[in-house]
Design a protein around this ligand. Structure first.
Ligand SMILES: [Fe+2]
Ligand SMILES: [Fe+2]
Length: 478
C-alpha cells in the first residue's frame, strides 16, 4: 500500500505520497516558511533555543506511532499523517449512506466542506496563540514540556487541515490556508472564528481547564468529522484524535494535581475557609469551581445552536456524522427520529421533543457533557479521599451562554432563570473575578525550572512522560 508508506526524510514528513504530487508539494512548501514565521511571532514566547523532550508522530501504526527525543521547537517535524485507509469504506450515514466514501470533494458540497475544514483548522493555531505566554510561569519542567507538546501538536493539526485545503480545494484552499495565519486569537480586527478561541488563557489553571474542556470539544468535533463521507477528512481526523487524547490528559491530571495540593494543605492545617486556604498559597476549591464554570460554559457554545439546519444538512449530505456513528443502532438517516432538548418556557426551562436531524448539535453537546461529568467525578474523588466536604459540579447548560437559546436569558449554575438584576448581583460568585484571576496569577510569578521541583500550588504528577522519571530534565535551557 503505497498510500501508507511514510516519508520521514522529506522536508514535510508525510504518508500521503507528497513527493509524487508536485503541485501539492509546491503549495505546501510555499506555506511552510509562512507557518514558521507565524510560529516565531505568535507561538510560545522565548522558546526558540530550548530543547524540549517531545514526541513526534513518525507513523500511524497504533502500536508505535511516536518518537520521543529532544527537539528545538522551530525544528519540530510537523508532518502530514492520515490514518490508514479502510478498504472499501462506505459512507456511514445520511442520504448517501452505503455509497463508497468519496476520495475527491463532491462538487455540490465543496463550499460547506471547505467551511467545516476551515472552522476546525482555525481552532488549532488559535490555541497556540492563547497559550503563548504560559512558558514564563510554568509550575515545573514536566508541565512546560506538556504545554509545548500540546502546542506543537496543535501546530500539526493546522498542517493536517491545510493539507486538505491545499490538496482538495485548489486556489480557494490556498487562500484559506493563508488566512489561517492571518486571523489571531483575540485580535479585534481579525479574530479567530469561534469565540472560545479568542478568550485569553492567562494562567495555568486556565490552561488545564482549557485542555480539559475545550480540547474535549475538539475530541467530539474530530470524532464527528472522522465519520465523514469525505474519506481524506475522515482519515486525517482519526489520526488527530490519537494526539488529542494527550491534551485532555494534561487537562484532567493538571486540574487534579491542583485539587490534590489544595486538599493536602486544607487537611494538614485543618482549614476550609477559602481565605485561609489562600493564605497558604494554594488555590481554594470555590475558585477552581468558578474557573470550571467559565471554561465549561464557553466550551458548550462551541457546539452551536440547539436547533440547526446547517447541522441537519451536514449530516444528510454525509459530511459530518454523529459521535461514534457506527455504534449507534438506528437508520443513520434520522428522517423521523426525535430528540429531547432544553428550551426556555416563560420563567423556567423545560425539555421538549424536536426532530433529531435539526437537534444534532445538542445531541453532540449532551455526549460532551456526559464525558465532562466523568472527569469532574474523578476530581471529586480526590476531594473525598481527603475527607473534605466539597463537591465540584458542572453548571447547568443554560448558565453563561453566548450562543443558542440560552444566550437570551440569564441562569444560575443550578439552572434557575434569573433577572438581569439578579445576574448582575451574583455573577461574581460564579465566574472568576479580576481579583480571583489576580490571585491565581500571583501564585505563578515565574517559571519553575529545576528538574523534579513543583510550584507550591500543584502536586507532582503520578508518573513522568514516556517512562522517564518525574524529575527528568524535560526541557533544557542551554
Ligand atoms: Fe487540535
Ligand atoms: Fe488539542
Amino acid at each position: 500500500m503505497s498510500a501508507i508508506s511514510v516519508d520521514l526524510n522529506a522536508r514535510i514528513p508525510n504518508n500521503v505520497n507528497l513527493s509524487e504530487n508536485k503541485r501539492l508539494l509546491k503549495a505546501l512548501e510555499s506555506w511552510q516558511p509562512k507557518f514558521l514565521d507565524w510560529w516565531r511571532e505568535m507561538g510560545p514566547v522565548d522558546s526558540e533555543r530550548l530543547q524540549v523532550y517531545l514526541r513526534t508522530a513518525v507513523s500511524v501504526d497504533p502500536g508505535g506511532w511516536a518518537h520521543f527525543d529532544y527537539v528545538r521547537m522551530p525544528e519540530y517535524r510537523w508532518g502530514i499523517f492520515l490514518a490508514p485507509p479502510e478498504p472499501d469504506r462506505r459512507i456511514p450515514f445520511g442520504e448517501h449512506k452505503g455509497e463508497p466514501a468519496w476520495q475527491e470533494v463532491p462538487g455540490e458540497y465543496r463550499s460547506v466542506l471547505r467551511r467545516l475544514i476551515v472552522t476546525q483548522g482555525d481552532t488549532e493555531p488559535a490555541s497556540v496563540e492563547q497559550q503563548r505566554h504560559l512558558g514564563k510561569t510554568c509550575p515545573s519542567l514536566y508541565d512546560l514540556r506538556n504545554l509545548f507538546q500540546v502546542n506543537v501538536e496543535e501546530g500539526r493539526h493546522l498542517w493536517a487541515m491545510v493539507y486538505l485545503l491545499d490538496a482538495y480545494f485548489g486556489r480557494d484552499g490556498r487562500e484559506e490556508a493563508e488566512a489561517m495565519l492571518e486571523r489571531h486569537s483575540g485580535d479585534p480586527d481579525k479574530p479567530r472564528i469561534l469565540q472560545a478561541f479568542n478568550e485569553p488563557t492567562p494562567d495555568w489553571l486556565s490552561f488545564f481547564m482549557f485542555t480539559f474542556f475545550t480540547d474535549r470539544d475538539g475530541k467530539f468535533q474530530l470524532a464527528s468529522l472522522a465519520e465523514s463521507g469525505f474519506d481524506p477528512l475522515s482519515r486525517t481526523c482519526r489520526f488527530m484524535l490519537t494526539e488529542e487524547a494527550h491534551h485532555m490528559f494534561v487537562g484532567i491530571t493538571g486540574v487534579g494535581r491542583i485539587i490534590q495540593r489544595t486538599c493536602e494543605v486544607m487537611r494538614e492545617h485543618r482549614i476550609d475557609d477559602p481565605a485561609e486556604v489562600r493564605g497558604h498559597g494554594v488555590i481554594d476549591l470555590p475558585t477552581i469551581q468558578k474557573y470550571l464554570n467559565f471554561h465549561f460554559s464557553v466550551s458548550l457554545d462551541l457546539f452551536g445552536q440547539e436547533l440547526s439546519t446547517n447541522a441537519a444538512n451536514y449530516f444528510t449530505a454525509g459530511l459530518k456524522g454523529r459521535f461514534q456513528e457506527a455504534k449507534l443502532e438506528d437508520d443513520h438517516q434520522l428522517k423521523d427520529a426525535e430528540y429531547e432538548i432544553w428550551e426556555v418556557a416563560g420563567d423556567s426551562l423545560r425539555k421538549v421533543r424536536r426532530p433529531a436531524l435539526t437537534a444534532l448539535n445538542e445531541m453532540l453537546r449532551d455526549q460532551y457533557i456526559a464525558d465532562c461529568a466523568k472527569g469532574v467525578e474523578r476530581w471529586n474523588r480526590i476531594i473525598r479521599e481527603h475527607g473534605i466536604d466539597f463537591e465540584l459540579r458542572l453548571p447547568h447548560r443554560a448558565f453563561h451562554r453566548r450562543i443558542g437559546t440560552f444566550s437570551e436569558i440569564q441562569a444560575s449554575p443550578d439552572g434557575r432563570l434569573l433577572t438581569q438584576a439578579e445576574w448582575d448581583q451574583h455573577h461574581h460568585e460564579w465566574l472568576p473575578t479580576e481579583a480571583d484571576r489576580a490571585y491565581v496569577a500571583s501564585l505563578m510569578p515565574e517559571a519553575v525550572r529545576e528538574p523534579g521541583k513543583m510550584a507550591h500550588w500543584i502536586a507532582p504528577p503520578a508518573r513522568g512522560i514516556n517512562d522517564r522519571p518525574v524529575d527528568f530534565e524535560y526541557v533544557r535551557f542551554d
